[in-house]
Design a protein around this ligand. Structure first.
Ligand SMILES: N[C@@H](CCC(=O)N[C@@H](CS)C(=O)NCC(=O)O)C(=O)O
Length: 350
């Protein structure tokens, strides 16, 4: 009996020892360095990023000089700065809200933003992964100020313009059914069509993600006098960049770019001071991010100075917000850092 117990103890000691050795070995090779899949290979061969955006004021638009500008454009540029040390190495595409999921699955684009809400249904219905929310939004309504419509109840029998194949449409239908509203819907295919019909008064109201409505109103001549946001938000719309699910390194890379932008703001690192901070900082997290210590870049298949390149060429989250969305009258609100009462919070860089 005693012999049996001793044998068992010996066997479990050997097994435990084996497990410890095995885990230690696995731990010594975190991520096996760079093991990129098909998207990383494609990007390295092409040398440019193909990023899908939507033309919406503040989010993505082509300037009079022919340059792409906007909050989403800057995120694409941040990814290109990390990948190629060149924020201009981006080709922008524009796909319909219906086709963008398929195009990504087929490898026609590398990264999609275009004001897309992360939902469980989309995550599971397509071979895609949403990264982390870049902007916390909600669905709002814009009216013509002189119609004096202050609520959806006032909007009785009115037509509402809404884009097809969006969460916006589904949310609105559910809201109308639940509140038994007598409004009519006019489905549109593009952002331009939605706003043109509204501006021409073919619709009394237009509904979309509230930040994009505010952006549209602010970008029109006298827009804020002509149009009015209803005091109603009917959903949660975490707008989130997404990638094909075929390449785990690519997924990690994109999500850590969002975290980098946030943590840079938290540490007060800006485009203007990044060179000085890089020379002087003894903060371990900053030294890792700026490529002075550690091998975090290599774990993502990037060069050590990836974080430096992103901040130097594009700036931190707060700078990107201030450049593109503050001029449209948008407040940080939920999109402030967690320490300032918002929802932005980065896991540690180490
Ligand atoms: N956040 C909503 C709305 C998305 C949405 O409306 N996206 C528009 C831009 S605001 C779009 O992709 N439009 C494509 C186009 O107009 O071609 C969703 O994810 O369904």
């Amino acid at each position: 009996m005693q012999f049996l117990i001793i044998t068992r103890l010996l066997i479990s000691a050997i097994l435990a020892n084996f497990a410890v050795t095995f885990l230690a070995t696995a731990d010594e090779q975190p991520g096996d360095k760079f093991r990129g899949g098909e998207v990383m290979e494609r990007l390295q061969a092409r040398g440019t990023l193909i990023c899908n955006v939507d033309t919406t004021p503040g989010f993505a638009a082509v300037s009079a000089q022919g340059d792409w500008q906007g909050f989403e454009v800057d995120f694409c540029r941040a990814v290109a700065a990390a990948l190629f040390a060149d924020a201009s190495a981006v080709e922008f595409t524009r796909l319909s809200s219906k086709y963008k999921f398929q195009a990504l699955s087929e490898g026609k684009v590398d990264l999609v933003l275009s004001v897309t809400t992360w939902t469980l249904g989309r995550d599971r219905s397509w071979p895609i992964h949403f990264t982390d929310p870049l902007l916390y939004d909600g669905q709002g309504f814009l009216s013509h100020r002189n119609d004096a419509i202050d609520s959806l109840v006032d909007a009785k029998d009115a037509t509402i313009c809404v884009q097809e194949n969006t969460t916006t449409y589904q949310n609105l239908k559910n809201y109308i059914d639940r509140h038994q509203l007598a409004v009519k819907l006019r489905l549109t295919r593009t952002t331009e069509e939605r706003y043109t019909l509204f501006a021409q008064r073919a619709c009394k109201l237009v509904t979309a993600d509230a930040t994009t409505l505010a952006g549209f109103a602010a970008a029109q001549p006298n827009g804020n006098e002509k149009y009015k946001m209803l005091d109603l938000i009917i959903s949660r719309e975490p707008l989130t960049p997404f990638v094909a699910d075929s390449d785990p390194v690519w997924f990690d890379l994109v999500r850590w770019i969002s975290h980098l932008l946030i943590v840079a703001e938290e540490h007060g690192v800006t485009q203007a001071n990044v060179d000085k901070i890089r020379q002087q900082s003894d903060n371990p997290e900053l030294r890792q991010i700026l490529g002075l210590e550690g091998e975090l870049g290599q774990l993502l298949g990037l060069s050590d100075d990836w974080g430096y390149q992103v901040i130097k060429q594009v700036g931190n989250y707060g700078e990107i917000f201030a450049r593109n969305l503050t001029p449209l009258g948008l407040q940080r609100g939920k999109n402030a850092l967690a320490r300032d009462g918002g929802l932005l919070y980065s896991p540690p860089f180490r």
